[in-house]
Design a protein around this ligand. Structure first.
Ligand SMILES: [Zn+2]
Length: 334
């Protein structure tokens, strides 16, 4: 239970009452929960939205349904599920037009750092036996977001070149895999030489190692002289300038992440000189999560578990994620 914001040490295990279940919710025994950078920035106070204390973190959840509320129609006890990041109303104009992730009545999923959690039926998608729960937990907010970015927002097509920034992160790694699967030539950036092999393994054709703030646009242009058709940016402010410079005329700049509380500046003329499109990706829809589960079940997408740790070691897991040395997800197992 997060009672105050701060370093990893604020995550202290404690006994809490059994979660209560509303009629449209299911009670889930947590099998695995991903430790995301989003969890880290919620804990340390960088990301204040949807952070109301006290809070049990954890929204990348996979587990087994133990009980269902009286209004639940699609899930039964024993079903294995994974989650998307937000519950949405299903009724409003945005929900009815493929933008359920921006629903004004959306509620952030949380509570995964626990043995049991009550979850709305609407946020849960069934997972087949062949997908382990520690993999399934990543299929929504990591793989599903990557699918949203590459396929639906970025519209990546066979033969295009895609630049993925922060490629060794949870969303980044899935983005590399899905862009490769889509028939694109994939250029991946990372801050660490040690991650090169893992990115090549994930499907990157080219890996560029660049420090924060370093101008890697020339290196990209050396590989793709006309620039890249699509940038999928999971880092934000610290790579925006070089990544935008690497864009081809008419390219799409897909914004997925912003890891630091900084602003960017851009001369608007560059947007129209380049005929650029700047596009925002927000989270993962239910249908995208279903597709992501199917891609994992067929082995086409393989989310990478970097390390499994017991739930009691949540603080150590946060420290590990914050150091950013691993490729793939740190997963807590209650
Ligand atoms: Zn809605």
């Amino acid at each position: 239970m997060l009672r105050s914001l701060g370093g990893p040490e604020v995550l202290v295990p404690e006994e809490v009452p059994e979660p209560s279940m509303a009629p449209d919710e299911v009670l889930v025994e947590v099998g695995a929960v991903g430790v995301t950078y989003h969890d880290v920035v919620q804990r340390n106070g960088t990301m204040r939205r949807h952070t109301k204390l006290p809070l049990i973190l954890g929204y990348e959840i996979a587990g087994t349904v133990q009980a269902v509320g009286v209004a639940v129609t699609t899930l039964r006890p024993g079903d294995r599920i994974c989650t998307k990041a937000f519950r949405s109303c299903g009724l409003c104009r945005l929900c009815r037009n493929g933008m359920e992730t921006a629903c004004a009545r959306r509620v952030a999923v949380h509570g995964g750092y626990a043995e049991r959690v009550a979850l709305a039926e609407e946020v849960c998608v069934r997972v087949p036996e062949e997908v382990p729960l520690e993999v399934a937990c990543m299929l929504g907010p990591s793989t599903g977001v990557a699918l949203n970015a590459v396929r639906d927002v970025g519209g990546v097509r066979l033969g295009e070149t895609v630049l993925v920034t922060g490629a060794s992160g949870g969303v980044g790694l899935s983005t590399v895999q899905i862009a490769r699967l889509s028939g694109a030539r994939v250029v991946a950036t990372t801050r660490s030489e040690a991650k090169r092999a893992a990115l090549t393994e994930a499907g990157a054709h080219h890996v560029l190692v660049a420090a924060d703030g370093e101008d890697f646009s020339k290196a990209v242009k050396a590989l793709a002289p006309d620039g890249v058709q699509v940038v999928v940016d999971t880092v934000g402010s610290r790579v925006f300038t070089p990544a935008f410079k690497a864009l081809a005329v008419g390219g799409r700049y897909v914004m997925v992440g912003q890891l630091f509380r900084e602003e960017i500046s851009i001369n608007p003329a560059f947007v129209f000189f380049q005929r650029a499109r700047i596009l925002g990706v927000g989270s993962v829809r239910r249908d995208q999560l279903e597709d992501s589960v199917a891609l994992a079940a067929s082995g086409q997408v393989r989310p990478l578990v970097a390390r499994r740790m017991p739930l009691e070691e949540a603080a150590a897991a946060h420290a590990l994620v914050e150091r950013g040395e691993l490729v793939g997800r740190v997963v807590l197992v209650p």
